[in-house]
Design a protein around this ligand. Structure first.
Ligand code: GLP
Length: 241
């Protein structure tokens, strides 16, 4: 494992973006696994800047970790909308090269199987970017998720719904279910980049990296990944805009 600690969120975001930009430069047709939440927004801002300076993203393919069930793409709270706003539009990516589980699918189980098949057909992620939930979740793999799980439909815990309520009109408006890559899916990535920002996440990060590998702390499964980079800053995420 490579562990990097920075003083500021800006520095952590720059480091994360550098790692992604390096991969895109070396392998212009790479497959990127992407995350939502506040954490990666700074890295995405840096990538948009790199694109404006000439970095070509036109041949990459992306797969997002997860999506809420029942939130249409047109809703600003959908992860589809979030990705277009915070990254895809800024680096010139069209829907054809981006993949996000369809939270509006009539048959969620079939959608999960379709997503796994699309990932496998693309050769899985060259690099998976991850944030960390306060309860140790990655993607929406909540505590108790089997360590070998594949893309699946999951109920969201009270902790996760409360943490994400800041984006919604009220706690009641936060979806109760999501589709997410599984822990086994994430482990198939050739490299993993875990970015964790804020003192409030230090204890769960320590548990994930140094405690037992257990479904109780889903991110602990990353100890089994042969190419894990962790970037931690005590500063909480903020946008530079
Ligand atoms: C969300 C997402 C995760 C994200 C995590 C942390 O629920 N499903 O992919 O990493 O919670 O979010 P944040 O970066 O906003 O703290």
């Amino acid at each position: 494992m490579i562990y990097l600690e920075t003083e500021t969120y800006s520095a952590a975001s720059r480091l994360a973006a550098d790692r992604i930009a390096e991969l895109v430069t070396q392998k212009p047709d790479c497959v990127l696994g992407l995350a939502t939440g506040s954490t990666p927004v700074g890295a995405y801002e840096n990538l948009i800047r790199r694109h404006e300076e000439g970095l070509d993203f036109s041949r990459i393919t992306t797969f997002n970790l997860d999506e809420y069930v029942g939130v249409p793409k047109s809703d600003p709270n959908s992860y589809d909308f979030f990705m277009r706003k915070n990254l895809f539009d800024g680096i010139g990516l069209s829907a054809a090269s981006t993949h996000i589980p369809d939270g509006m699918a009539a048959d969620p189980e079939a959608e999960c199987l379709r997503y796994e098949a699309a990932l496998a057909a693309a050769g899985d992620m060259d690099l998976q970017l991850l944030g960390l939930g306060l309860n140790g979740h990655i993607g929406f793999n909540e505590p108790g998720t089997p360590l070998d799980s594949q893309t699946h439909c999951t109920p969201l815990t009270a902790s996760t719904r409360t943490a994400n309520a800041r984006f919604f009109a009220s706690l009641d408006a936060v979806p109760t279910q999501a589709l997410t890559m599984g822990l086994g899916t994430i482990l198939r990535a050739k490299a993993v980049l875990l970015v964790v920002c804020g003192e409030s996440k230090r204890a769960i990060l320590d548990a994930a990296l140094s405690g037992p590998v257990t479904p109780d702390v889903p991110a602990s499964v990353l100890q089994r990944h042969p190419s894990l980079t962790v970037i931690y800053t005590p500063e909480a995420p903020h946008s530079s805009k």
